[in-house]
Design a protein around this ligand. Structure first.
Ligand code: AMP
Length: 302
């Protein structure tokens, strides 16, 4: 726990300076003190703030990273127009309890194009891994770099990006990285829309129709209770979301979590859930904006 006194976070732009700050903290705070890392792409909202608050509660030092990582964007994606607002981000981060904000330039993170790849197989084959080729390779390298730079005790990730949580958790396990990955619940607007930096792109009408995602996901437990298997469930979901004229569905899938493989096709999901967790995930385009949302149903027996 750190003191409740709020002080402005320190902005750090170089890896060397960040390492110096963290080393100084560890020296001063002693061996019991822990460091939490919250990796983001900025344009912060309550979802990001919830991760920082959790880290600030559990660690002596919270490092927020803000880096729009070009390697995780495809050639026709929104890297260039990804929203940025440094001043506001610093204010949000301070309120949420971040101590250090690491905001590197692309040239600091990638002085040369990396020749090393961090590829997590299997888990990346479906969902966003299928619709955004190369995306998780970009995530793998940037998260590895951040974990090596900061050497945190814990790193906080939102279940809004449940596939990312699964990928990063497995990468850390496979590579024996000495960090605990802490999954955090999805934060939503009062009307149910999952918070996302990309929500600012939505027109009023698109935003209204985008509510169909969370509204449909809310129906999932009831449909499973009625005995739906994965294909019945996803058919119903597609039908429901498809009622919105502006919705262009990318995927609707129900997969075992965290391995992200399909459950037995004919098996009612309520039977599957006796032993396995199930992720029901959607990605839908509204105009230029691709939104994702999901519900993670945990196994009865763990
Ligand atoms: P991003 O800036 O979109 O890369 O997100 C940075 C981190 O914040 C990721 O771990 C996300 O999963 C998490 N995050 C984004 N939106 C939300 C949300 N609505 N609720 C909880 N976590 C979120």
């Amino acid at each position: 726990m750190k003191s409740a006194l709020v002080s402005a976070p320190r902005i750090v732009r170089s890896i060397a300076e960040l390492r110096k700050e963290i080393r100084a903290f560890r020296l001063a705070a002693g061996p019991e003190a822990t460091v939490g890392l919250v990796p983001t792409m900025g344009y912060l909202h309550e979802g990001h703030a919830s991760l920082m608050r959790r880290s600030a509660k559990e660690n002596g030092l919270t490092v927020l990273s803000i880096f729009v990582n070009p390697l995780q964007f495809g050639p026709n994606e929104d890297f260039e127009r990804y929203p940025r607002d440094e001043k506001r981000d610093v204010a949000v981060a301070g309120e949420a309890g971040a101590d250090l904000i690491f905001m590197p330039q692309v040239s600091e993170m990638y002085p040369r194009p990396p020749k090393t790849s961090v590829i997590v197989s299997g888990i990346t084959e479906r969902l966003c891994g299928a619709s955004r080729p190369g995306h998780f390779d970009g995530v793998g390298i940037v998260v590895s770099k951040l974990l090596h730079i900061v050497e945190p005790d814990r790193a906080y990730f939102g279940l809004k990006d449940a596939q990312q949580v699964a990928v990063v958790t497995r990468m850390v396990e496979d590579l024996n990285m000495p960090v605990e990955i802490v999954p955090c619940p999805i934060v939503r607007d009062a009307d149910g829309l999952a918070l996302s930096s990309r929500n600012v792109y939505l027109s009023a009408e698109e935003r209204k129709q985008a509510l169909s995602l969370s509204q449909t996901l809310k129906l999932v437990p009831g449909w499973i209770e009625e005995g739906a298997n994965a294909s019945e469930l996803t058919r119903r979901m597609r039908e429901r979301i498809g009622e919105q004229p502006l919705a262009d569905i990318d995927y609707v899938e129900a997969l075992l979590y965290p391995d992200l493989v399909p459950p037995d096709a004919d098996r009612p999901l309520k039977d599957v859930l006796k032993n396995d967790s199930v992720l029901v995930a959607v990605a839908v385009r509204f105009g230029q904006t691709r939104l994702i949302d999901n519900i993670l149903l945990t196994a009865e027996k763990r």
